[in-house]
Design a binder for this molecule. Structure first.
Ligand SMILES: Cc1cc2nc3c(=O)[nH]c(=O)nc-3n(C[C@H](O)[C@H](O)[C@H](O)COP(=O)(O)O)c2cc1C
Length: 174
């Protein structure tokens, strides 16, 4: 297996974290992986809000009511800046979500490579999140990403069963 596929298969949605804080240098590497992600017209229409102080995390749990979420020692909220996002001429499609998805995935994979774990969260309270982060109107919270050392595990070979086979999702030719 290639090194990259190895990392991709080892990434999983972690829903139980150790209290151990994420080292500053590892957090920086995760954020750096997000920074270098590609984006439409290289507009980089994103902002990363990092929450790690215990009292701030406590407050932030109001954004997503799951007991397991409270175990995360660090949370990154990845936001789309809709004033900066590229809009396609033909139909006006705003690519902020697409760009945020790419930068978030960079972060999840870098975290995996560092022995850290993450979980994409989109089913959060949007208004509450915007209020807690005091976001301006044009800044949309798209993903909440807990980050930390995992206390659960996932089988990297689970994709054999848990993902559709290539034969179902790939078509060749027009
Ligand atoms: C866009 C997106 C949104 C998601 N939102 C949530 C969420 O709100 N809560 C949650 O527990 N998991 C969430 N997940 C995690 C998925 O359930 C998970 O990625 C999927 O079941 C595959 O499992 P794996 O990540 O462990 O491979 C989300 C994943 C993605 C990509």
């Amino acid at each position: 297996m290639t090194r990259f596929l190895d990392i991709a298969k080892n990434r999983y949605s972690c829903r139980k974290y150790d209290k151990r804080p994420v080292e500053e240098e590892k957090l920086k590497l995760v954020l750096e992986a997000g920074r270098v992600a590609p984006s439409a017209v290289n507009f980089q229409p994103w902002h990363f809000y990092v929450i790690q102080e215990a009292d701030q995390l406590e407050k932030f749990y109001a954004a997503y009511h799951r007991e397991w979420f409270k175990t995360a020692p660090c949370v990154i909220v990845i936001c789309a800046n809709h004033e900066q996002a590229w809009k396609r001429k033909e139909d006006g499609k705003d690519h902020g979500d697409v760009d945020v998805a790419i930068t978030t995935d960079h972060m999840t994979l870098q975290a995996t490579e560092l022995g850290l774990a993450t979980c994409w969260i989109c089913n959060f309270y949007v208004d509450k999140t915007s209020e807690l982060l005091k976001l301006p109107e044009y800044m949309e919270p798209v993903v909440i990403l807990p980050l930390g050392y995992p206390l659960d595990t996932a089988d990297p070979e689970r994709h054999e069963e848990k993902r559709k086979p290539l034969s179902e999702i790939v078509s060749y030719g027009i």
